[in-house]
Design a protein around this ligand. Structure first.
Ligand code: NAD
Length: 507
């Protein structure tokens, strides 16, 4: 076993339900295997959560909420501050585990842990800034204001590609807001979740608040549905594909619960005729092949002005020829493996469709003939209306297209179901402003002279249309984890109605 795993408390067989800081698991159930996608070896095994364990988790989480909500918010922030301290101490080992389990290269994996630390620091500060507004009342001797109160138990369902950071975005903000959280991670990356839960257990035990952070990893659709449909969970925050997100949204809406959705992207970069190519090329390459194209913000479509089209293709070709594919823990590696066999199969299907469409594969297009789920970073000359271009394929495939005017490029960019991230490379101020105006990008994120991937936690993160409309991380995203209450206090001796209504009995 890799030494980082042992340091983080991972054993050969791990229990997956954590209730009040205690681990449990049913030895009768089949185990989930966590597979290293770069060598296909089993990293460790997990006993999936049972229905009975889930009942304990929800009961514990609800009970803890009853007291946790009464703790002053800055004191709740102290728990997050102490978790962040542990994350700093174990950053290298957690980074190793993220790299081993997801296949993302070590520097990106370490970056993911840094993102957890960043959002923790942000949440600690936010715990002193859960501001409500005070507004002048139209009635004399009345005070009118809004305050923000915790929701209850927050359910967090996360995707495999950011196995720890996305949980941290949600969990740290949710707990400083006074909620307790139950985490349902991806079964493709269970060890990352178990390692983080160990850290939470340690801090919860030191601070004597068990049950603020809980974990469960079911291997069973029925149990998963029960979680989503549970009326004891007022908010489900879901990060994953649009297909699954849509079905969860329907289930949560039918019980009038709240849903925070962070779903698929299909992100485009536009390179106009004034763009600085030296700036654009490395940014595009990172965004297209980083995390092997398995980021929600990965660049999938590249729209190039016709005057620069050949130059950009040649520069990209040159850059792609330098890319090294291999073990995520090797510092020379630029691109690691895809997550699993299904992802490789999907890549192959898409390549067959490119051929059927008679698209030109400029670079790549094949799986790499070695152990592990490796595919070649791929450049394809494509059309925006192809079905495969309209969809998100979680692989390092970049579709390149030509345009004549900025208006045309923006129309192509926006003409997909998703609306997460977007970028324009330009040295033309008018083009930049046009792109960022109401007739410009329709995405939740729109950048100038930088790529589509790699967001900072300080701002709100999320996208429109099929990306789900949710906002997480910084700015005022904390409001999603709280309920707003309007308070009016009459400190006078008269009953006064709003809108100048005179009720006869009150004269
Ligand atoms: P996925 O939709 O397959 O799974 C996401 C999570 O949902 C997993 O934990 C999975 O076990 C769970 N799940 C699956 N079916 C479920 C059901 N019926 N009920 C409840 N939970 C269910 O996604 P994935 O393959 O893990 O991740 C890749 C996807 O996530 C991509 O589409 C990517 O764009 C998206 N993503 C979006 C963001 C964002 O912030 N917008 C961030 C990361 C990933």
């Amino acid at each position: 076993m890799h030494s980082a795993l042992e340091t983080l408390g991972i054993q050969q067989i791990n229990n997956s339900s954590c209730i009040g800081g205690h681990w449990c698991g049913d030895t009768r159930l089949d185990v989930i295997e966590s597979i290293n996608p770069s060598d296909l070896k089993c990293l460790a095994m997990i006993r999936p959560s049972t229905d009975q364990e889930y009942q304990h988790i929800i009961a514990e989480s609800t009970q803890t909420f009853a007291t946790w909500r009464t703790i002053p918010a800055p004191k709740r922030g102290e728990m997050v501050r102490r978790i962040a301290q542990e994350l700093r101490r174990k950053k290298h080992q957690i980074g190793d585990l993220v790299a081993l389990e997801t296949g993302k290269i070590k520097s990106e994996a370490d970056g993911e842990v840094q993102e957890m630390i960043d959002i923790a620091d942000f949440a600690v500060g936010q715990s002193r800034m859960l501001y409500g507004k005070t507004m002048p009342s139209e009635r004399p001797q009345h005070r009118l204001y809004e305050q923000w109160l915790p929701l209850g138990v927050v359910g967090i369902i996360t995707a495999f590609n950011f196995p720890v950071a996305v949980w941290a975005w949600n969990a740290f903000i949710a707990v400083i807001a006074g909620n307790t959280v139950i985490w349902k991670p991806s079964p493709k990356t269970p060890l990352c979740a178990i390692a983080i839960q160990h850290i939470c257990n340690q801090i919860m035990s030191e601070m004597q608040y068990q049950g603020v952070f809980s974990l469960f990893i079911p291997d069973d659709r029925i149990l998963l549905n029960q979680f989503v449909e549970d009326r004891q969970i007022p908010l489900i925050s879901f990060t994953g594909s649009s297909v699954v997100g849509r079905s969860i949204n329907i289930k949560v809406a039918s019980r009038l619960g709240k849903c925070l959705l962070e779903l698929s992207g299909n992100n485009a970069v536009i390179v106009d005729e004034s763009a600085d190519i030296n700036l654009a090329i490395p940014a595009i390459v990172f965004a297209a092949v980083g995390t092997a194209g398995q980021r929600c913000t990965s660049t999938r479509r590249l729209l190039v002005h016709e005057k620069l089209y050949d130059t950009v293709i040649n520069h990209l070709l040159h850059a792609y020829q330098q890319i090294t594919i291999g073990s995520p823990l090797d510092s020379r590696t630029v691109v690691g493996p895809l997550i699993d066999a299904q992802a490789v199969e999907k890549f192959q299907q898409v390549m067959m469709e490119v051929k059927r469409q008679q698209g030109r594969i400029v670079y790549g297009g094949k799986i790499v003939d070695t152990t592990g789920y490796f595919v070649e970073p791929t450049l394809v000359c494509a059309e925006n209306n192809w079905t495969i271009v309209q969809q998100e394929t979680f692989a390092p495939i970049l579709y390149v297209m030509k345009f004549k005017t900025l208006e045309e490029a923006i129309a192509i960019q926006n003409n997909v179901p998703q609306g997460l991230s977007s970028a324009l490379f330009t040295d033309n101020l008018c083009h930049a402003e046009h792109y960022l105006s109401a007739v410009g990008s329709d995405c939740g994120i729109a950048n100038i002279n930088m790529g589509t991937s790699g967001a900072e936690i300080g701002a709100a993160f999320g996208g429109e249309k099929d990306t789900g409309g949710g906002r997480e991380a910084g700015s005022d995203a904390w409001k999603s984890y709280m309920r707003r209450q309007t308070n009016t206090i009459n400190w006078g001796k008269q009953v006064t109605l709003a809108q100048d209504i005179l009720f006869p009995m009150m004269r």
